[in-house]
Write a protein that binds this ligand. Structure first.
Ligand code: 13P
Length: 252
């Protein structure tokens, strides 16, 4: 059975003082072995703080991005090895905000995915369509293209040590989550696409849903057979909401 996983994506939010309260609350509530796996992806400057509060507990932490390069003259970039130095187990790659605001293309996302794995990190690969693409009936084509770019570059076996996240762009930060049925449909498509290359591996791949997940809708989303947890933005900044979502995943 696939283990449920809930990852918080703090985006560019936080401060030392606010993080301390949030991390301590998450540590107290989400540290149960055997529950859902719980991860916080914090801004780079706060990785040391996450390591110091969460070290030695079952709660993992990660980066929100990673360079496709291992080292070199890349001003402002952060490598996978640097994330590992701070105890990260995960790195988000290909978030739609990186794609749309910073021009990350499918090929670059694939390179980041591989760089994360070279460093020993588990990439959380994000795919998702815009509202316009959905209205044009292009959802499958778009998420398929985004997934294939990584499958073709990294090979299907690489997904044995990766997590996939379906995040419809129209659901991110809007308060309009995909319905459980909409999420399930796309998750099933994604899993089938991986299964065409390796059926057993597809069956063990965790596919998270992200986009306006809240305590009120988490349980019904996580009850879907191909929804293995969530990638949480806004609600991951509110300790009681994030904790409630983690416990919904643990009970799903
Ligand atoms: P929200 O949960 O704020 O919609 O953000 C989702 C997201 O982008 C997580 O990566």
């Amino acid at each position: 059975m696939r283990r449920k996983l809930v990852a918080g994506n703090w985006k560019m939010h936080g401060s030392l003082a606010a993080n301390q309260r949030l991390l301590e609350a998450v540590r107290e509530a989400c540290g149960e072995p055997g529950g859902a796996e719980c991860v916080v992806c914090v801004p780079f400057p706060y990785l040391a703080q996450a390591a110091s509060v969460l070290g030695g507990t079952p709660v993992a932490w990660g980066g929100q991005n990673v360079s496709e390069h291992d080292s070199g003259a890349y001003t402002g970039e952060v490598s996978g090895a640097m994330l590992r130095d701070f105890g990260c187990r995960y790195a988000i790659v290909g978030h739609s905000e990186r794609r749309s605001l910073y021009g990350e293309r499918d090929s670059q996302v694939a390179a980041k995915f591989q760089a994360a794995q070279r460093a020993g990190l588990t990439p959380i690969l994000c795919v998702g369509e815009t509202l316009e693409e959905r209205n044009q009936g292009a959802t499958e084509e778009v998420v398929g293209r985004q997934l294939d770019a990584v499958l073709n570059n990294a090979g299907v076996q690489a997904f044995a040590a990766a997590v996939l996240a379906y995040e419809p762009v129209w659901a991110i930060g809007t308060g309009h989550n995909a319905t459980p049925a909409q999420a399930q449909t796309v998750h099933e498509i994604l899993r089938a696409r991986v299964a065409k290359r390796d059926e057993a591996l597809a069956g063990s791949l965790s596919i998270l849903y992200g986009g306006s997940v809240k305590p009120a809708n988490a349980a019904e989303l996580f009850a879907m057979p191909d929804v293995d947890g969530g990638l949480i933005g806004g609600a991951s900044l509110v300790a009681e909401d994030f904790i409630a979502i983690c416990s919904a995943a643990a009970n799903a």
